[in-house]
Design a protein around this ligand. Structure first.
Ligand code: ADP
Length: 748
């Protein structure tokens, strides 16, 4: 029986499917139930809304269990021509009202959200017509005078204004980079050229970012056509130069909507012909197509969807007649709610600008970081650097890694080396971190020395955890002088910050340390102050999620609880985010600690759950959660107490988390951060007293003086005092991982 006073909302997925839609659905359903509301799903998008009946059904906690890792959408999606008509929308309104629904969360692309906005604007008129036609009573119409809408953008194209990322884009980038990495290896074996077509009719995001992430050599996007009419010559010259310099393959990425300045499409087949005719290259075309939409969602997409779904329910439940329809997005790493109508209008403005060939405006509307990425790519794709300017001051910049290996270190090094050389400077690679600077193990790096580094995990330059002291400082000063290094880029984790801080405090003793120095945050632990996401963390997170998905799958027949230990040192970021992405019911972190009482309560929950039919339990434990209550201790405790009711297995994931090739996000961030760090060094080098600093948030390009570092960290546990994600995410993770009701089959 339904109670009258409960708020009721419906959720639907619509338009093109996107990986992560299921995670969003799960979050909407569970958050709504957690907040005491009733939640319905509309199956098959607007088509189901128009059909009504069984297409609109109430959802319960366990209806959305076990779906986080699945691509597509379990409630179906469709394109509906009927909903494009007023009659169709009138029928849809009636079907919602018959179910007492006037709050709607729409997960879809630009088209779906445009439709939702129109539906909302027409609502009062549609209801009047329905009353007039005798299809609903006027009492029912009076009970629901407004339609409240919140939109979540599910679209792999990242083509929506009002959010930095749409649900599905990151996963699509994973698919594209996997494919291009694979193509590159065969292309370089045969010295072939490949033209790869990616999705994006009005939006070059996928093309541009996948080019940055894969060392592609040329890219065509709709927003920024080649500036010159003879672009074929320009492209061929650049690709030809690259070949002469020793490049074994050429990869050109074409967005499906790419065009020239006249608006004529640039087709993959044409590009292939140009390369064959003018360069005589053996060229193949690969159109990636629907592969880009498919597969299991990335960790980022699962968590973006979960966080946005949660925010959507909060927005929709508090909506009043005065509030506007909202679009939930992510801007600068924070979940945001923006006016839906404005976002839809601005999105259309970009498409219009492209159609009207106002490309400057299209680029402006895409935003600053998009434009910067385009500029950076232009530098990185060069076959050879621009010559240095006569009379220019050529800096000699040392580059090294410190701390544990973080996937993306090589990507950062490559971008830094190329970017600096292209500006006329000289780069010195220092081997094995500060050890190499102590021992004088350094060498000049040229343009081609970093070819093919972008996609490779590990650290080609090597890395150590050495934090120099005593006579080692003297050795460093001597080598800085001997090699006349006048700037230092340190890629890595906390050991690098510690060392740079030490060097900067010793400047009076060692004048050689009076050079600009900068730390680029790279550690899988994400435990550095200032930066919100360090390089490597996204890759580690995806590695964990992939393995945990497999571990969960292995529990087919038995009632089993897994305790999985992840890295992170004293920072619970990896544990929390992997727990959120895999549907763990409990995450243990050092920040929260764990007591014997907690363990007892968790054990009781497990026993209760398994007694009532639950088949799978998942607990994620950060490696430093507790010195005594170790992973094996916890597993044994649960196994002993749960004997006869459930089994326990534990897994310590270990170094697989530091390995693997970097994810597209880590590659893109590493590239952007490297450029920002080189720019910083160049700026500081002009000053009489250059600073030493570390990079903060990449989006806002903030640098913190290294003098601030001690104040920003919790020294005992070597993690930031303020962990930005903690208060934002912990309550959401908890709300969604509550023990499922007694009927649970699999609870996630
Ligand atoms: P996406 O949401 O992925 O952009 P579509 O553009 O195909 O996908 O839109 C999905 C559905 O949303 C359409 O089939 C239609 O039912 C509805 N829709 C799209 N645009 C409008 C519109 N302008 N008015 C009414 N409904 C629309």
């Amino acid at each position: 029986m339904t109670t009258q006073h409960k708020q009721r909302l419906a959720v639907m997925t619509s338009g093109g499917d996107a990986p992560g839609m299921n995670a969003a659905l799960r979050a909407v359903v569970r958050t709504a139930i957690d907040k005491g509301a009733e939640v319905y799903a509309i199956f098959e998008g607007y088509q189901g809304m128009v059909k009504g009946g069984d297409f609109i059904r109430q959802m319960y906690w366990d209806d959305v269990g076990g779906i986080l890792h699945r691509g597509g959408t379990i409630i179906g999606t469709a394109r509906s021509t009927e909903f494009r008509t007023r009659e169709g929308r009138r029928t849809a309104a009636r079907n919602l009202l018959l179910n007492g629904i006037d709050r709607l969360v729409v997960i879809g692309g630009d088209g779906s959200l445009t439709g939702a906005n129109l539906f909302r604007e027409e609502w009062a008129g549609l209801l009047a017509e329905l009353v007039e036609r005798g299809e609903i009573t006027s009492e029912l119409a009076t009970l629901h005078p407004y339609l409240y809408i919140v939109g979540l953008v599910g679209s792999i194209d990242n083509d929506m204004f009002g959010t930095d990322m749409t649900i599905g884009t990151d996963t699509a980038l994973h698919r594209i980079t996997e494919a291009i990495d694979a193509i590159s290896s065969t292309a370089s074996s045969h010295q072939r050229s490949f033209v790869v077509e990616v999705m994006g009719r009005n939006c070059g995001y996928l093309a541009l970012m996948s080019a940055l992430a894969t060392e592609a050599n040329w890219v065509f996007i709709p927003e920024n056509p080649p500036e010159v009419d003879n672009w074929e010559d320009v492209m061929c010259q650049a690709l030809g130069e690259g070949r002469k310099a020793g490049r074994r393959d050429s990869i050109v990425i074409v967005a499906e909507g790419a065009c020239d300045t006249f608006g004529n499409p640039i087709k993959s087949e044409y590009v292939k012909k140009v390369l064959e005719d003018r360069l005589g290259e053996d060229t193949r075309v690969t159109i990636l197509g629907h592969v880009q939409r498919g597969g299991s969602p990335s960790a980022f997409d699962r968590n973006l969807s979960t966080l946005s779904g949660y925010a959507a329910v909060e927005e929709i439940l508090k909506a009043t007649p005065e509030s506007e329809a909202k679009l939930i997005g992510i801007i600068n790493n924070r979940i945001t709610a923006s006016p839906l109508m404005y976002c839809v209008q601005q999105t259309h403005a970009i498409a219009n600008a492209i159609n009207q060939r106002d490309f400057q405006r299209a680029m402006e509307l895409r935003g600053k970081s998009f434009c910067e990425a385009f500029e950076t790519l232009r530098t990185l794709v060069r076959g050879k650097p621009r010559p240095s300017q006569p009379g220019q001051r050529r800096l000699r910049i040392g580059i090294l890694n410190t701390g544990g290996a973080a996937p993306g270190m090589n990507t950062a090094a490559r971008a830094a080396v190329r970017y600096a050389i292209d500006r006329g400077h000289i780069m010195y690679g220092i081997r094995n971190g500060f050890r190499g600077l102590i021992d004088g193990d350094l060498h000049e790096m040229d343009w081609m020395s970093v070819e093919d580094w972008t996609a490779v995990g590990g650290a080609e330059l090597g890395t150590t955890r050495v934090v120099p002291s005593g006579s080692e400082l003297y050795a460093i000063a001597r080598n800085l002088e001997e090699y006349q290094l006048n700037a230092l880029l340190v890629i890595g984790g906390s050991e690098g910050y510690q060392t740079i801080h030490r060097l900067s405090t010793e400047r009076t003793t060692f004048p050689a340390f009076n050079i600009p120095m900068v730390c680029l945050p790279a550690t899988i632990n994400n435990d550095l102050p200032g930066s919100e996401l360090s390089i490597g963390a996204d890759t580690a997170l995806n590695s964990i999620v992939e393995v945990v998905d497999k571990i969960k799958q292995s529990a087919v027949a038995s009632r089993r609880c897994f305790v999985v230990e992840v890295m992170g040192r004293y920072c619970g970021y990896l544990a929390l985010m992997s727990g959120m992405a895999t549907g763990a019911e409990r995450v243990y972190m050092h920040e929260e600690g764990v007591t014997i009482k907690d363990l007892q309560a968790d054990l009781e929950h497990l026993i209760e759950g398994f007694r009532h039919g639950k088949r799978l339990g998942l607990i994620i434990r950060n490696e430093k959660t507790h010195a005594v209550y170790s992973t094996s201790f916890m597993a044994e405790l649960f196994a002993t107490e749960g004997r006869g009711i459930f089994e326990v297995r534990h897994a310590i994931l270990g170094h697989l988390q530091q390995g693997g090739n970097p994810t597209p996000f880590d590659r893109i961030q590493a590239t952007r951060m490297a450029k920002q760090c080189i720019d910083y060094l160049l700026r500081e080098a002009e000053k009489p007293l250059p600073e030493a600093a570390f990079l903060g948030k990449a989006g806002t390009v903030s640098f913190y003086s290294i003098a601030e570092w001690p104040r920003m960290i919790n020294v005992e546990h070597d993690r930031p005092r303020q962990q930005w994600w903690y208060d934002l995410y912990v309550p959401i993770a908890r709300a969604l991982s509550k023990p499922a009701p007694a009927t649970a089959e699999i609870s996630e």
